[in-house]
Ligand binder design. Sequence first.
Ligand SMILES: [Zn+2]
Length: 231
Amino acid sequence: MKTITLTFLGDLNLFLPGGKREVTCTFRGRQTVKHLIESLGVPHTEVGEVNRQGQRVRLDYIPRNKEHLTVHPPAPGCEVEPRFLLDAHLGRLTAYLRMLGFDCLYRNDYDDAELTAIVQREGRILLTRDRRLLMRKAIRYGYCLRSSDPQEQLHEVVRRFDLTGKISPFQRCLRCNHPLQPVPKREILHRLEPLTKKYFNEFHICPHCDQIYWKGSHYERMIRLIESIRG
Ligand SMILES: [Zn+2]
């Protein structure tokens, strides 16, 4: 039998039983540090660096008896283009991220196998609250949402992937993710309600689902949300 001690930094202790930071792990044979960390409940997507005596080791490192390793969360940032795939029940987070201009694929009926296949095919970042899903080997980039509140989740994602400088609001259809195009008012006049017709002159349309957007009722709320994120 071998015994090692792992210290978890940042908020990684949220994944551990009782929220402890230091865990002693007893195991047989040759186990990778990745396997040991995941067996404690922390998905590999939540791990930035693992250090042994101040030196970084790879996730396939095989620890020796009585070693002490330190597990760091990832530094904020995004090594790939921030394009996301969202797990079921994350419809509101999807709308918020699209509102900020981010490419987000979402359907409430994708199963785990479909999610995994899309991530592999398209190189998207998987957002989910299901940590078991993030432990799949095929999931290279992902994030386990801590909060169940959509606005909190939005803050988490912006922080984790350092998205503040990449926000480009009102560029993407909230319904279907397609990029929006400006449309002259005269072309859609027949589709507007009388008050919209009277008070608004600038419109965008989704060329995919035909939804029309203008800076109306939701606009002020969106602006406040974006300001709170930028702040
Ligand atoms: Zn659309």
